[in-house]
Design a protein around this ligand. Structure first.
Ligand code: SAM
Length: 452
């Protein structure tokens, strides 16, 4: 829309722009086209637009052939869009984007996020929609210039801080260009900037304990002018040694450390698991016949290499809200590394019952010991990779303590979100989990729990 059209439309609706909702509408159509181009939208993309306003970006996104979910907090603008931009590929939600659960987007195959964001809540919105694991593959956002600089900052600059590191840990941020106030009506009092954010390949950075890393970064930046030694020294046994092997000045401050050095510091305090800790090559498993009777024992490599029938367990751990803990398998696993899997799973060892294996795996992988309920048994087949599988369930309060040699990370998910994720993106999961989940949900369906 041109500036004159925006003025007339706002008068007609009627809406006088609300500052607390960041209502500054884009009237530069060349810029709107450029923004949509940078979002690399292709037909069948599922685009979530936060704050569509009068539809400056929405219309152009629809023209690219995408499906659009437009989340607009202002009811008058949401109604206007429904009336004037009605389209079979457009859904307008009159809602607060801060209340939206981005995990529902796992049920779409390819999701992009677009938004000329309301600046007063842009960091809350970004942190929510950037949380790892994220279903989104590209974020194209207009932000207040200062925020864009913080997200894309380099070490040793004024803008570099804990927000920079928190975002850059899982994403790459590209500062595309600065935008003057004159392209908006009404003109904001600040400059804006466009950023494009892409997910990082998890193997770009060394393995680490993200929780510890985040705590260190937060304390390190809590008093920017103070030396890190004073803020973090008590956590590090030999600060000078750590500084020398991580190549930083022992008197340094938080803003001088690169992301890799921060990870190095976290790993100096809590060394990450080494692949050798998995020692998978030496394991022997019972080999069974088609009726699950033991025939003998064979090394893991022979069992998998020759497709011999064997035994395994999967365990689903629920929290009190009924969400299921999924683990992302460690990067070091020889099979299905970095795929999402049951809360815990493993092979039955010689002279071990299924139930004993379930208890052992739960303890080894998640450090928990809770009563387990037997759910169902899957027969050995090509889809279970020749495993007979007993599936168990248990419940915990709080979070498990994950074994980092086995697990990259993990999180709780509502079952309905897992249903959508499994059907839209099966390649994200270890195949054994998909079989267990389908069998579990099939069984649960009979108890009308399907939508929990
Ligand atoms: N995209 C439009 C454009 O470029 O002209 C409007 C952008 S304007 C900067 C921000 C928009 O976000 C407004 O339409 C405002 O009503 C909407 N908004 C503000 N807070 C919101 C929230 N919490 N959830 C969803 N939309 C919100």
């Amino acid at each position: 829309m041109k500036l004159s059209e925006i003025r007339t439309t706002l008068q007609k609706i009627p809406v006088s722009p609300v500052k607390t909702l960041g209502q500054n509408f884009l009237h530069d159509q060349n810029l709107a086209r450029w923004i949509v181009k940078q979002a690399e939208i292709i037909p069948d993309d599922y685009v979530v637009e936060i704050g569509p306003g009068l539809g400056a970006l929405t219309k152009l996104t629809l023209e690219k052939g995408a499906n659009v979910l437009a989340i607009e907090k202002d009811t008058r603008l949401a109604n206007f869009l429904r009336e004037h931009l009605s389209h079979p590929r457009l859904e307008v939600q009159n809602a607060d984007a801060l209340m939206f659960d981005p995990r529902v987007l796992f049920s779409q195959r390819r999701v992009k996020l677009l938004g000329n964001l309301p600046y007063n809540i842009s960091s809350q919105l970004l942190l929510k929609f950037l949380e790892y694991p994220s279903p989104i593959s590209l974020w194209m956002c207009m932000l207040q210039k200062e925020m864009a600089r913080r997200l894309s900052a380099l070490p040793s600059t004024r803008d570099y801080g804990s927000l920079t590191l928190r975002v850059q840990l899982h994403h790459r941020v590209q500062y595309l260009r600065t935008i003057p106030p004159t392209v908006f009506f009404p003109e904001p009092e600040v400059d804006s900037a466009l950023v494009r954010i892409l997910p990082r390949d998890p193997l770009d950075l060394p393995p680490r304990d993200d929780e510890l890393l985040t705590k260190l970064i937060r304390s390190g930046f809590s008093q920017r002018r103070k030396q890190l030694r004073k803020l973090l020294g008590m956590r590090v046994i030999n600060w000078d040694h750590a500084a020398s092997i991580l190549s930083f000045d022992p008197k340094t401050r938080a803003e001088k450390l690169s992301l890799l050095q921060w990870i190095g510091l976290a790993n100096y305090i809590a060394p990450p698991a080494h692949p050798a800790a998995l020692a998978m090559g030496n394991e022997r498993f019972p080999v069974v016949d088609k009726n699950d009777r033991i025939l003998g024992y064979a090394p893991r490599s022979d069992v998998h290499g020759n497709n011999l029938r064997h035994r395994a367990v999967h365990i689903l751990i629920f929290d009190q809200a009924g969400e299921v803990y999924l683990q992302q398998r460690s990067r070091w696993k020889d099979r299905h590394s970095l795929k999402w899997d049951s809360s815990a799973a493993g092979h039955v060892a010689p002279r071990e019952s299924y139930e004993e294996t379930a208890r052992r795996e739960l303890d080894e992988e998640l450090g928990i010991n809770v009563p387990l309920e037997k759910l169902l048994k899957l027969p050995a087949s090509a889809s279970t990779e020749q495993e007979f599988v007993w599936l168990y369930r248990g419940e915990i309060r709080g979070n498990p303590i994950i074994n980092r040699s086995e697990i990259e990370t993990g999180a709780f998910f509502p079952p309905a979100i897992i249903d959508g994720w499994v059907s839209a993106r099966p390649e994200n999961f270890a195949p054994g989990f998909i079989e267990c989940w389908k069998a579990y949900r099939g069984k649960k369906g009979a108890n009308s729990d399907k939508l929990t």
